[in-house]
Design a protein around this ligand. Structure first.
Ligand code: GLN
Length: 493
């Protein structure tokens, strides 16, 4: 098996069995990613630094050391700051920005022995659903290079799907791990808000932003999540909970379950609002087929309702821009990144710097956010959105009285053509199924569920209750043990 054909767990096993070295795998992937630059997935690489990390992992492996991630390559969404590799958030504002420190998520994966191959393209400040908003060009979907990979973690999803790297980090504010994972036929998990530290994650909407892994399988995601999660005193919203071994939890059998029916007794709620008439028939068929597989494994499907699903779009597109307008005020030409070359006075410097540094979607959101927070509109928009956000979270709790997990599609369609969706509102509407869990702060996953129109991948979304990532990963793993949706690769990969 060629190194790029192996996932995280397989590479780990091969390394510990000394069948291959981390340096060999790293070299192979470095060559591969330079050959596949047309995908636009990578924004920065440092081959020598990666080789040095691989050599040090090999030295530890030779001494018999061996955590599951030691020597396994990874790449990071360019929203995480990294020492030694430029951190841009996909924005001209931060082009070439050198961070003096590593984000906690990056530091923890490095401590676990992972080899950093580079930084991955994303929508500017993680604003988007197609990776068409990056200042450094779009990312192409490896299943069909004329199509988008989803966003905002589009570089992460494309790199994993194209087998340039076995796993990547991403962030999800309103769907940015789940939706690109779905569009690229890979597995991704956004944990409960507070599970992964936001320290060193360039902020978009702080009450929603959450990091998580994208990989080929639930097992690989579980391995990464165990290492990257956990309390961090440097993030004021980090959940103070003991570290969790998601991999062990994923493997633990359910009480009363058998090998043939590992999900016996698991109740999966299907919100009727997640299957509207407007849902593309190909997406619905793939999602229903995956649900039928889960039923074969012992799960029971129950009807539930999330009555405010449609409202999650206006609520999110008020709250997220409001927080973004505040977070992005720090980019003023003084503290970080870009500063206009010519200006008359301080105010002119601010104006020119921000006009030059930010792209159109970021400007649009700063204007919306400033508007909804302004005196006279705050009560009508921002406060109202916050009230509805609470009701959306309560709706989920009502559902969890009759089910353990919630399932539905990740997105209403498969990945669209690059350049086909010019209207920002169309992009916002396509977030309908991922926004509710984000607003509620709940963990959500995208699991490959076969393909829909044009042979493009479809993702099944699973949402759990707070801190129930283990149950999500367990169900996804059971599905992946019994089916091969997750191991399908784009043609020629
Ligand atoms: N598509 C959503 C947006 O544009 C979500 C992005 C994200 O999760 N970072 O805001």
């Amino acid at each position: 098996m060629k190194p790029h054909e192996m996932g995280v767990a397989e590479i780990g096993r091969a390394l510990r069995a000394h069948e291959v070295s981390s340096l060999e795998i790293t070299e192979h992937l470095l060559t591969r990613l330079t050959e596949q630059q047309r995908l636009g997935a990578f924004l920065a690489t440092d081959a020598d630094a990666a080789r040095a990390q691989a050599r040090s992992a090999d030295a530890r492996l030779a001494q018999g050391a061996g955590g599951p991630l030691l020597g396994v390559p990874v790449a990071h969404k360019d929203i995480f700051v990294t020492r030694g590799l430029a951190s841009t958030a996909g924005s001209k504002m931060l082009a070439g920005y050198a961070s003096p420190f590593d984000a906690t998520v990056v530091a923890r994966l490095t401590e676990a022995g992972m080899v950093t191959l580079g930084k991955l393209n994303c929508d500017e400040f993680a604003m988007g659903s197609a990776n068409e908003n990056s200042a450094f060009g779009p990312v192409r979907n490896p299943w069909n290079e004329a199509r988008v990979p989803g966003g905002s973690s589009g570089g992460s999803a494309a790199a994993v799907a194209a087998r340039l790297v076995p796993a990547a980090t991403g962030t999800d504010t309103g769907g940015s791990i789940r939706q690109p994972a779905s569009f690229c036929g890979i597995t991704g998990i956004k944990p409960t808000y507070g599970v992964c530290s936001r320290y060193g994650m360039i902020a978009f909407a702080s009450s929603l932003d959450q990091a998580g892994p994208l990989a080929r399988s639930a097992e690989d995601c579980a391995l990464l999540l165990s290492a990257m999660s956990g309390f961090d005193p440097r993030d004021a919203t980090s959940a103070e909970r003991a570290p969790q071994d998601f991999h062990a939890r994923m493997l633990a059998p359910r009480p009363g379950a058998s090998a043939a029916r590992p999900l016996e007794g698991l109740r999966i709620g299907l919100p009727r609002e997640f299957f509207p008439a407007a849902l593309a028939a190909d997406v619905e068929a793939a999602v229903r087929a995956a649900l039928a597989e889960l039923e074969k494994l012992g799960a029971t499907l129950v009807d539930v309702s999330l009555p405010r699903t449609e409202l999650s779009i206006p609520v999110y597109y008020i709250i997220a821009p409001a927080e973004a307008s505040s977070n992005l005020s720090r980019f003023d030409g003084v503290k970080f990144g870009h500063r206009a070359a010519h200006y008359a006075d301080l105010l002119d410097m601010y104006k020119k710097t921000r006009a030059e540094g930010f792209g159109p979607e970021v400007k649009r959101r700063i204007m919306i956010g400033t508007y909804v927070l302004s005196h006279g509109y705050y009560d009508a928009y921002y406060l109202q959105a916050q009230r509805l956000r609470r009701m959306i979270a309560d709706d989920f709790q009502a559902c969890f009285k009759s089910c353990d997990l919630i399932a539905g599609p990740v997105a209403p369609t498969v990945a669209w053509q690059i350049g086909a969706q010019g209207d920002p509102l169309q992009n916002y509407l396509a977030d309908i199924f991922t926004l509710p869990a984000s607003l509620a702060g709940l963990p959500g996953m995208s699991v490959p569920a076969g393909s829909g129109a044009h042979g493009m991948p479809v993702g099944l979304q699973l949402v759990g209750n707070y801190f129930d990532e283990g149950r999500l990963l367990h169900a996804a793993h059971a599905l992946q043990q019994a089916s091969d949706f997750h191991s399908r690769a784009p043609a020629g990969v």
